[in-house]
Ligand binder design. Structure first.
Ligand SMILES: [Zn+2]
Length: 331
């Protein structure tokens, strides 16, 4: 399990033991973040009849035993109470989802739980999503639907609001540094900026190639412009209306804001690690303040994602006001 997934694994494991898992579990994260492995671990655990717990600190993690009847059937691809809903085409259609709904209506063969796995939730058509919605609203007993996606923006808000969402985010700040240091115990002293950069690339950054701004030139330009506007706002209190209009009209707006702030935090840490004290002193905004801003952006992002009726204009205005208060408390 990749380090950035461990927190969610602990959380899911705890909820499994406490029997508080939601019927629909949506795991979100960019490509390469390890969400597939996390989903696989969870499904195997749900299927297993005699799960084990490993003594991880600070709390145990549950795992499938790999030995019981259900585990053996799963390994030989003949476990009857699990359904994989994926498509070789560009979309997952309503017929696929109906197949899933029919599967859930039947009694489990092995008498435990029934599980459905949708590895690319974002390719569901609108009709498919609406068909799934009915099932999410009236879940059958002992059934679990695990969905994963790398593009939450493409999912219907009504779907998102009926799932427990587990978002895997790249680490920032202290957590990132701690992980970098622990990942290479033989090299306890961070000696150079270049070295740290190298390690960041090796360990912490995941494959970002699927993101629109990295693959589409027009969107990349928009991203660059937005980046500059936000920096103007952050450092000089300018361009607020431009930032707001992007937050309201651009579906990537909030995620971009998250990414830009995340990058600023990383850059600050790189400077500190490289002991470029003068640069740090010259910085106008401290890492602590950047972290505060990052938390505010994540909260707004959650708000937008969890309420169908959330008013983007209102959330955007509130967020910029909050950031203003954090950066310029006196004004
Ligand atoms: Zn088992």
């Amino acid at each position: 399990m990749l380090p950035i997934c461990r927190e969610k694994q602990s959380q899911l494991s705890r909820q499994y033991r406490q029997k508080t898992l939601a019927h629909a579990i949506l795991i979100q994260g960019i490509e390469g973040c390890g969400k597939d492995a996390l989903a696989q671990w969870l499904i195997e655990l749900l299927i297993c009849q005699q799960p084990l717990a490993t003594n991880n600190l600070p709390e145990p993690i549950s795992h499938a035993c790999g030995q019981c009847k259900a585990c053996l059937l799963r390994k030989s691809d003949s476990y009857p109470d699990h359904l994989l809903l994926k498509s070789e085409n560009k979309t997952l259609g309503v017929d696929d989802i109906r197949r899933g709904n029919a599967f859930l209506e039947k009694t489990a063969h092995l008498g435990k739980v029934k599980t459905i796995f949708i590895p690319q939730a974002q390719i569901m058509t609108i009709a498919a999503a609406n068909a799934l919605l009915k099932t999410l609203e009236e879940p059958s007993a002992n059934s679990y639907i695990v969905l994963i996606t790398d593009d939450l923006d493409s999912l219907l808000p009504t779907i998102i609001s009926r799932c427990a969402v587990y978002a895997i985010r790249p680490m920032v700040g202290e957590a990132l540094l701690a992980q970098l240091k622990s990942s290479n115990p033989h090299d306890s002293q961070v000696s150079s900026d270049a070295r740290l950069h190298e390690r960041l690339n090796d360990n912490a950054f995941v494959n970002l190639s699927q993101l629109a701004e990295l693959t589409d030139d027009v969107i990349f330009q928009e991203y660059q412009t937005f980046n500059q506007c936000f920096l103007d706002f952050l450092y000089f209190g300018q361009s607020e209306s431009k930032v707001l209009s992007q937050l309201v009209d651009n579906k990537h707006g909030l995620r971009w804001l998250e990414k830009i702030t995340c990058n600023l935090v990383r850059q600050s840490y790189l400077l500190i690690e490289a002991e470029q004290i003068t640069s740090v002193v010259n910085q106008k905004i401290s890492v602590q303040v950047l972290n505060q801003i990052y938390q505010a952006i994540i909260s707004s992002n959650k708000l937008i994602k969890s309420y169908t009726q959330a008013n983007r204009q209102f959330v955007g205005e509130q967020l910029l006001m909050t950031i203003n208060d954090i950066v310029r408390p006196s004004t």
